[in-house]
Design a binder for this molecule. Structure first.
Ligand code: B12
Length: 222
């Protein structure tokens, strides 16, 4: 049964039908499916397919845009689930943003929701964030971790530049840094000298806890 529903969700994202995506998400939640399975088995295969079709020239920017909108609408529907469980537990302070030149934010927003759901206080700098803005935020706040999202191979160097700017500003010892996004790898993270990489939002939460050596048990997490 859930396989059928996941397929409908995947199709709604590929076809960019936001109303369908919302109602199938609602149905999945009502059926008690987890946010993780709805994301991983329903929504992600759809948005990945959209990316594939775009890269081989079988779909164009407008399709990318409407599928992105359907994905955002579906994720918003899941927000109460992803966000649940934060409660009174205060895990720490997390600063997040998409690197300079990059306006992709769906993945960053999912990471944000999951972190909040696990007790992190998150400040979101938004998209296309210049290094100066990142440095100013780190200097002014008392964040435990700064997480960068990069979705384009051409904006990955901006993550490297941000780390260099943070170091040059004398702020590197003040904060742990994480990086993520579809083209990012552990190897890239190592090369630019950050403390953590995660391939998805679920791993991102675990990594955040391990970087700050917080002791909350996985079963307590959302
Ligand atoms: C939707 C989309 C768009 C939308 C974005 C809408 C939005 N509000 O974000 C729009 C239409 C605006 C767009 C624009 C463009 N896009 Co686009 N886009 C996509 C698409 C289809 C999906 C991205 C997405 O949301 N995925 C779903 C989320 C949930 O996954 P995710 O971002 O990877 O996030 C997860 C993990 O990576 C991780 N994560 C993410 N961030 C972080 C941060 C931290 C700290 C951590 C720990 C983890 C983490 O956790 C997340 C959740 O599990 C991808 C295809 C793809 N396969 O990625 C192309 C894709 C990224 N785009 C691409 C391109 C080329 C573009 C454009 C240049 C197109 C153009 N000609 O204008 C522009 C660039 C605009 C810009 N300057 O940024 C290419 C990039 C190719 C490359 N190798 O660089 C891709 C791969 C498509 C393709 N196959 O060609 N795009």
């Amino acid at each position: 049964m859930s396989k059928e529903l996941f397929e409908k969700l995947t199709r709604a994202i590929i076809e960019g039908k936001d109303k369908d995506a919302i109602s199938f998400c609602r149905e999945a939640v009502e059926k008690g499916l987890t946010a993780k399975s709805v994301l991983e088995d329903g929504l992600m295969p759809g948005i990945r397919k959209v990316g594939e079709l775009f890269s081989i020239g079988e779909s164009y920017l407008p399709e990318l845009l409407i599928s992105g909108k359907a994905m955002q609408a579906a994720v918003a529907e899941l927000e109460p689930l992803l966000n649940a469980g934060g409660g009174k537990f205060h895990a720490g302070k997390y600063l997040i943003g998409t690197v300079s030149g990059d306006i992709h934010d769906i993945g960053k927003n999912i990471v944000t929701m999951m972190l909040k759901g696990n007790g992190w206080e998150v400040t979101d700098l938004g998209v296309d964030v210049p290094s100066e803005k990142i440095c100013a935020a780190i200097a002014e706040g008392d964040y435990d971790i700064f997480g960068m999202s990069a979705l384009l191979t051409v904006t990955m160097p901006a993550a490297d530049e941000a780390v260099k700017a943070i170091t040059k500003a004398g702020l590197r010892d003040k904060i742990k840094i994480m990086v993520g996004g579809a083209p990012v790898t552990q190897e890239f993270a190592d090369r630019i000298g950050v403390d953590g990489y995660a391939k998805d939002a679920f791993e991102a939460v675990n990594k955040a806890f391990s970087l700050t050596e917080k002791t909350r048990q996985p079963e307590e997490r959302a």
